[in-house]
Design a protein. Structure first.
Length: 83
């Protein structure tokens, strides 16, 4: 029995399975890192664009700050939304 287990890893089909498994795992990890990085950078870029557009809107003349002067409590917000 010692001889069989000793030569088990020398079989070509076992080596192919191990090499294929390693390649698949490695490629999945690399692809995961690439896709995560692209999605993360796209999300950050999108959030930066939103912040810039909000700042531009607030700084423009079309935004009236006096709208918020009548909101003093949480109930004022709900009443405004119902009207």
């Amino acid at each position: 029995m010692g001889n069989k287990s000793k030569f088990y890893l020398r079989r070509v089909d076992v080596q192919v399975v191990l090499l294929t498994s390693f390649i698949v795992i490695f490629s999945c990890v690399v692809l995961n890192k690439i896709v995560y990085s692209l999605a993360y950078n796209d999300m950050i870029h999108s959030l930066e664009e939103r912040v810039i557009s909000i700042v531009n809107y607030v700084e423009s003349e079309s935004f009236d700050l006096s709208t918020f002067e009548t909101i003093n409590t949480r109930s004022d917000i709900y009443i405004k939304n119902l009207m």
